[in-house]
Write a protein of this length. Structure first.
Length: 122
């Protein structure tokens, strides 16, 4: 399996969704900057484990990032892609980044109108 560093925009889209949608009722909220840095660092950790590469620039997180990806399926695909790129090290399964990705995927599905309209049981 090969891995690569996700683009800043890719990371910002996930971080913004996580901060705005997944933390609404959390008592331990993190900022957009913190979320982006967690995701970026985890992606770098994966590349270090895979390729023994330790040369990564610091991510420049914008103050006012406006997300452009609105389609939940596109966002879900971004989560899957990111997870694939960031899972190459032993600590991935217990990482905050994986927890964030799992939370995003759950919220994307459960907040969709089709999910809300679906029958609870048959």
């Amino acid at each position: 399996m090969s891995a690569w560093l996700c683009s800043d925009k890719h990371i910002f889209e996930l971080a913004k969704y996580y901060v705005e949608q997944c933390q609404r009722y959390s008592s331990s909220k993190i900022s957009f900057r913190e979320a982006a840095e967690i995701l970026y660092t985890e992606n770098c950790n994966s590349l270090r484990a895979r390729y023994a590469d330790d040369e990564f620039e610091v991510i420049n997180v914008p103050v006012n990032y406006v997300p452009t990806v609105r389609n939940i399926f596109a966002l879900a695909k971004l989560v899957d892609c990111y997870s694939y790129q960031a899972c190459e090290h032993d600590e991935w399964e217990e990482s905050r980044a994986k927890e964030m990705c799992d939370s995003i995927k759950y919220h994307l599905l459960s907040n969709h109108p089709d999910y809300e309209a679906a029958e609870w049981g048959i």
